[in-house]
Design a protein around this ligand. Structure first.
Ligand code: ADP
Ligand code: MG
Length: 747
């Protein structure tokens, strides 16, 4: 056969062909469908053709470049870094006699029979045999005429596909690749790469484009000698270009498992480069902040008439050592003329709010406005209540801004923010809506920052930028608070652009919470326990089961739980709070609970964060097995805030999954938020733990924290040295590795 005739033959494989199930007695109807499905069959064929590569690819027809752009492949370097998902081994031929059912294998033989059968359904059966007479049947349920011709008797075929033991001997149903070959046609020396792609971009086209890029580009090393010697050499990894070539075309005897699971040294090299880029980018964002201006806010604690001093004087408690330290960190940074971006982590109940309030007071002392944003209205309102109680008596004007305000009230708040009359504005994400303008916004606090999405955080940051003081081009300082502590490696990877302050000590006088696991068939006992606690003057939370699939169902369950408890405990005053309650009613119920008029509060997870009623000392969580660890920890943190010994009852319904069991055991064993976060990470892995939306996560394509955590530390050290000594190399490295994706970081 002349070379030019070596056309690519392919058949739709079973996956693409819904009719290809191949049941011997397919119903008549089905047969009909496959027969009239000509167009579909052709379409399938095209898709399948994507999956095979001719040994000598025909010239790739000119296609518009934007085909590749659809995959985000705009430059040669993009193409080079479009690394294979997996490989196909077409480097060897297994004799037909050695085929093993279940394997995906390549073999070769000459066609000696070629017929279209009509029973049990229409199909093309092509039989090949090799020199020693072993036979293999190729079965095509979807095919078209030219294929029949191309697999004519006497043609030698090279086929690759899943082998199975059929009724009449070995067969391949819809082999993934079928091509006519000359006897002397060489086998490829390297594994065949399979790339992630998209409709309309064939594997053959991608391979050609990538190979072209590989031949054009020589991919110079960008790491300075010194950095490479110190940080790459110990990793025993290849040069970058070699690594890239290896990954695209691994030699036939490469360790295929290492290539697939990403442990091959070539992968290590790529991942190191990527982590380095991420660290550089985060650190540069951090450095870049120092070139921007922010208002200087002196700390006037020694000036008796200052707000900070008067506030400290009226505090009903003494700050803990950890609070003192964190306070000094924050206030020291507010005094600098550059925008602070600090993450304040501290366990539930560690007293973060007072830190925020003191910092806000420092801003107000300096003549600036402060804003506090919380993810839910209930939490924002708790903050408002607390901060009003602390600051209003000292003459501070506090404004409350939430989506539920009446138009007139809202207008008044907007005016107060715009005129500067409101010194502190507290609210939900309503604060970042367009209509809100500040006259001198100098300080922004975001509580439970991880619960805001990237878009909201971007909007807040933009607001901060827009709020820049027209004359001085100031940007506000930012403090982000989180009760979900982040284990160190994650913090290093994801928050390297932030400064972190940690409160690692709880206020004194807290009694440890005792956590009990109780099967839900002991409900009666639990209810008796609730009665007893309430009658001795304690207050109780009853948290309704989480129903993730349906909010309506969750609501219904909450109402039913409430009704059952009202019936079972007629002597108690019981309240119900859930997310759908109109804000005024919600506030009324919460108020009543705060004033101890309600003894038992039935609630959905709306009470998860922020609710602070020290007299509440018993919490029951129903179907605790459905909650995540962080959520359980947050919920439990609502008790144990006063001096009474607190109990948290986790009711569960079996059988428990292994993960649910691990979560509940963790809850019983520890109340330390950091330890819980560590175990959570262990149970779920970092991807789940952080959620895809965390900044920095979007920057990693190749490295994963599960497997490559050990590379973070070297990448981080290398990043520090590069920033200090080779600024030009930093710029080049970032351009190569991140390009436009660096934008994600700004989230
Ligand atoms: P979180 O860190 O969970 O936001 P909060 O700021 O709500 O914690 O504080 C929890 C409770 O502890 C509040 O009632 C608060 O007033 C109180 N608190 C904060 N700091 C101290 C302290 N140093 N001593 C005593 N109580 C404190
Ligand atoms: Mg809080």
């Amino acid at each position: 056969m002349p070379l030019s005739d070596r056309r690519l033959l392919a058949a739709p494989d079973a996956q693409d062909a819904p009719d290809a199930a191949g049941e011997p007695d397919a119903p008549v109807q089905k047969r009909k469908r496959s027969r009239s499905g000509g167009a579909k069959t052709l379409a399938n064929l095209e898709i399948a053709a994507d999956k095979v590569q001719p040994l000598k690819p025909a010239a790739v027809p000119p296609k518009p470049v934007d085909k590749l752009a659809k995959l985000g492949l705009k430059s040669d370097i993009d193409l080079l870094l479009h690394l294979p998902m997996r490989y196909e081994d077409e480097t060897s031929i297994t004799p037909i006699g050695h085929l093993i059912p279940g394997d995906n294998t390549q073999t070769e033989g000459v066609v000696f029979d070629n017929e279209i059968a009509y029973r049990p359904r229409r199909q093309l059966l092509v039989k090949i045999h090799d020199d020693v007479g072993d036979e293999l049947t190729l079965r095509f349920l979807n095919f078209y005429g030219s294929q029949v011709k191309q697999m004519a008797i006497g043609v030698r075929l090279r086929v690759r596909g899943d082998v199975r033991g059929g009724f009449f001997g070995m067969e391949m149903v819809h082999p993934a690749a079928v091509r006519p070959v000359d006897e002397d046609m060489p086998l490829p020396q390297a594994l065949t790469p399979v790339y992630s792609s998209t409709a309309g971009v064939s594997q053959a086209y991608l391979r050609k484009a990538i190979d072209n890029a590989l031949s054009r580009v020589h991919l110079p090393e960008l790491l300075p000698e010194k950095i490479a010697r110190a940080h790459l050499q110990p990793l025993h990894v290849p040069a970058l270009l070699d690594a890239v070539k290896t990954l695209h075309h691994p030699h036939a005897d490469s360790d295929e498992n290492a290539l697939i699971d990403g442990t091959h040294p070539a992968w290590t090299r790529i991942k190191f480069e990527e982590l380095l880029a991420q660290q550089l980018s985060l650190k540069r964002a951090h450095e870049e902040r120092r070139t921007r201006a922010a208002p200087v806010m002196p700390r006037l604690q020694n000036v008796p008439e200052s707000l900070v001093a008067r506030f400290l004087n009226t505090l009903p408690f003494k700050l803990t050592g950890a609070q003192e330290r964190v306070c000094a960190e924050i206030s020291g940074e507010l005094m600098l003329p550059h925008p602070m971006q600090r993450l304040l982590q501290g366990d539930v109940g560690s007293g973060k709010t007072i830190m925020a309030a003191l910092a806000a007071a420092q801003a107000i002392d300096a003549g600036y406005q402060a804003a506090l944003m919380a993810p839910t209205e209930i939490l924002a309102e708790q903050h408002a209540r607390k901060l009003c109680a602390w600051l209003e008596p000292l003459g501070v004007t506090v404004a409350w801004l939430a989506g539920s305000l009446k138009a007139k009230e809202k207008r008044a708040v907007l005016e107060a923010a715009a005129s500067g009359a409101a010194q502190l504005v507290i609210g939900t994400h309503a604060i970042i809506q367009d209509a809100v303008e500040f006259s001198r916004l100098g300080f922004v606090i975001v509580d439970e920052q991880h619960r805001f999405g990237v878009a909201q955080r971007l909007a807040l940051r933009a607001k901060a930028h827009n709020a820049a003081d027209g004359v001085n081009n100031f940007q506000p300082h930012q403090l982000m608070m989180s009760a979900t502590p982040i284990p160190r490696t994650l913090a290093m990877t994801y928050y390297a652009d932030l400064d972190v302050s940690t409160i690692d000590e709880l206020p004194p006088g807290r009694t440890p919470i005792l956590t009990k696991l109780v099967a839900d068939n002991r409900r009666e006992e639990v209810i008796a326990r609730v009665r007893e606690a309430a009658l001795t003057g304690r207050q109780v939370y009853w948290v309704c089961p989480l129903i993730e699939e349906s909010e309506t169902l969750q609501l219904q369950t909450a109402v039913e739980t409430y009704e059952t408890l009202v019936a079972a405990l007629p002597e108690l005053r019981i309240g119900l709070v859930h997310g759908r309650l109109p804000p005024a009613e919600k506030a009324a119920v919460m108020d009543a609970f705060t004033r101890a008029e309600v003894q038992l509060l039935v609630a959905t997870t709306v009470i998860e964060v922020g609710v602070d009623v020290p007299n509440a000392s018993l919490m029951v969580i129903e179907h605790a097995e459905r909650f995540g660890l962080a959520q359980l920890h947050q919920l439990r943190g609502r008790v144990g805030r006063g001096s009474a010994a607190s109990v948290c009852v986790l009711m569960y319904a079996g059988p428990l999954s292994q993960m649910a069991r691990a979560r509940l055991q963790t809850m019983r064993e520890t109340t330390d938020g950091f330890e819980i976060a560590r175990r959570d990470l262990q149970i779920r892995g970092p991807g789940e733990f952080l959620g895809a939306r965390q900044s920095g996560a979007a920057m990693l394509r190749f490295a994963s924290l599960e497997n490559d955590g050990w590379l973070i530390e070297p990448a981080r050290t290398a990043a520090d040295e590069m920033l200090a000594q080779f600024p030009e190399a930093v710029t080049n490295h970032l351009a190569r590795w991140l390009g436009a994706r660096e934008q994600y970081l700004k989230a």
